[in-house]
Design a binder for this molecule. Structure first.
Ligand code: ATP
Length: 418
């Protein structure tokens, strides 16, 4: 069988030796226990695409717990099992994690069922998956080792660069698949086929049924995957944003804004954009930023929204060119929020703002409250102001060392004789 040979060869060529050797162990366990085992999911897809992937997902046609226990007894490492779901994880002695799931619960009591029945069990498992390209399996069983099981012709869709669901109710069953589809489009530069896109448009309303955490989880994975501006545009095309209360007319502004923000981040070394800053762009341009608060889970994302409001309320900071002076307006504002605003509109002092942010990041704190006391000042609310003015002088590069700072203190706050 030439197909068998090809994949065996591809596995040898594409998979790291450690992974291949683990698959051989699993193959051995399948032979020992009589429980057929298959490699499934992303790693099979990525084998064809020559993408590295070391997520080993195994489906067994039989009792996954027994299978895991056998792996552990024969090859060591460690296992964690969830009896209830007949699934578990094997930590190989090398540290590599291997997920094992059982294809069908009914089979617990008959681990040695008939071969043709076994085949359909795997197929059923594959049928529950999201897209044809993710629904391929490789047999790890004896003489069939390396044989492709591809009941939905995922290989063909891989060649044609298509994201295609397995059945019409797929997105109704699980709306997160809509965002997964876009993610795979972006990652591989693939496209949904026409029918799949039509199904997305029909089921997009289900997005509203997702819990905040599921939506966040998927959005995070998606926005970390490709160019956020392309993703934002694609999600407008699919009427996704509308489900979150966003006006379709904000599309153009949102896309332009995210493009510029990507640019700004590219130029701005040492700062990685989080997904959330892109997520809120369409809300901002629909004047419903406050509704995005419900998706803000981390302190940082809550503050981002708060800071954007602060920057919009008082716009004086946009007309200051003195870097030190800017500090009194921006000292409590996160750099993300500032970058957000300056990439959404033309701000005349953009250069000074960028300088400010860069200097602020590396700003030493030269004097503490204690230093002020040592210099003879009495503790008071004034201290904050003094430190602020000192920071401003540091930001303007008038002061560099602690000695400079002490001199500055003498000159400006007359510590001598106080
Ligand atoms: P990645 O490289 O991002 O991990 P992946 O395809 O491995 O991509 P996972 O989220 O790790 O994605 O999922 C592993 C496999 O489980 C997928 O290949 C797919 O077959 C299946 N799967 C994951 N999520 C779903 C879902 N929501 N619906 C159906 N099948 C899913």
């Amino acid at each position: 069988n030439p197909a068998t040979e090809n994949l065996r060869a591809a596995m040898k060529k594409e998979l790291p030796e450690e992974i291949l050797s683990i698959l051989k162990d699993i193959s051995q366990a399948a032979a020992d226990t009589g429980i057929p085992a298959f490699l499934v999911g992303g790693i099979v897809r990525d084998l064809f695409l020559n993408h590295p992937n070391d997520d080993i997902d195994i489906v067994v046609e039989g009792n996954g717990i027994l299978f895991l226990e056998h792996l552990y007894q024969q090859f060591g490492g460690d296992i964690k099992t969830h009896e209830q779901f007949a699934t578990g994880t094997w930590r190989h002695p090398s540290g590599q994690m291997i997920d094992v799931t059982s294809a069908r619960l009914e089979y617990y009591s008959h681990p040695a069922s008939l071969p043709d029945v076994e085949k359909s069990t795997l197929k059923e498992d594959l049928y529950r998956r999201d897209f044809t390209i993710n629904s391929m399996a490789l047999s790890l069983n004896n003489q069939y080792f390396g044989r492709l099981v591809d009941p939905f012709n995922g290989q063909n869709d891989l060649r044609r660069k298509r994201i295609k669901v397995l059945h019409n109710l797929s997105f109704i069953d699980d709306p997160t698949r809509i965002l997964r589809a876009v993610r795979f489009e972006m990652r591989f530069n693939f496209q949904m086929d026409r029918q799949t896109e039509t199904l997305v448009l029909h089921s997009i309303g289900r997005i509203k049924d997702l819990s905040r955490d599921r939506l966040n989880g998927q959005m995070k994975r998606l926005l970390n995957e490709g160019s956020p501006s392309k993703i934002i545009l694609r999600l407008f095309e699919l009427n996704f944003w509308k489900q979150l209360g966003i006006n379709e007319h904000s599309q153009k502004k949102s896309v332009t804004h995210s493009e510029k923000l990507e640019d700004v981040y590219r130029q701005y070394e040492g700062l990685q954009a989080g997904w959330f800053i892109y997520f809120i762009i369409p809300f901002y341009h629909s004047d419903v930023l406050y509704t995005a608060k419900q998706y803000a889970v981390t302190k940082k994302s809550k503050k981002l929204i708060q800071d954007i409001y602060t920057l919009s309320d008082n716009t004086e900071w946009k007309s200051i060119s003195n870097v030190g002076m800017m500090h009194s307006y921006l000292k409590d504002i996160s750099e993300e929020a500032v970058l957000f605003i300056i990439s959404s509109e033309n701000v005349h002092n953009e250069k000074a703002i960028m300088t400010y942010l860069k200097r602020r990041k590396n700003m030493p704190s030269l004097l503490t409250g204690e230093d002020l006391i040592k210099q003879g000042l009495t503790p008071s609310p004034e201290f904050k102001k003094i430190i602020m003015n000192l920071d401003a002088a540091v930001l303007n590069e008038e002061i560099q060392t602690k000695d400079d700072a002490l001199k500055w203190l003498k000159n400006n706050h007359g510590t001598d004789g106080l």
